[in-house]
Design a protein around this ligand. Sequence first.
Ligand code: BEZ
Length: 211
Amino acid sequence: MALRLGDIAPDFTADTTEGLIRFHEWLGNSWGVLFSHPADYTPVCTTELGTLAKLKAEFAGRNVQVAAISVDPIEAHRGWVGDINETQCTSVNFPIIADPERKVAMLYDMIHPNADDKFTVRSVFIIGPDKKVKLMITYPASTGRNFVELLRVLDSLQLTAKYRVATPADWKDGDDCIITPAVKDDEAVTLFPKGIRKVKPYLRYTPQPNR
Ligand code: BEZ
């Protein structure tokens, strides 16, 4: 059955450009982001992995481990890393998983036969420290991912894991948050001492609790 939000992210052992990893053990207590790629030596993927390398510190600062995967073999990954470093002026600093037998691809439902029956689609999975899947997005092969958006979602996920808030459309770190409907008005006064702006009984804002 296809993977769904809230499911435990499947564990696996795989060869990567940084050696063998046991996925859950490698994640430890961190958050994780797994990026699938249609293939090595492709232009959009090359720019994506270069961007990810440059943003690695942003992910690490949020306690997030990142890894990429494609169904190409490890030798292809190693050669491609050289091209990424050269063309994107960076140094790939995260593991790229080799999945030539498509074991991980099948576990994560990364092969969409009506799009392409051989290669993994361009998907991204955010995994929480509880190993549960928190986000899944699948992009068309022709569209590179927005990494700033993924950092924004991580900020929202990490905030809402700690406080009883949700984040509105286009929210970014520092903006006002929405008090979740399960919180009663009298409880909200205690929980959110920075103040409450009540627009409707179900639409209540508060300044970001941890800022
Ligand atoms: C790319 O990453 O550039 C790409 C991969 C598959 C199809 C089209 C583009």
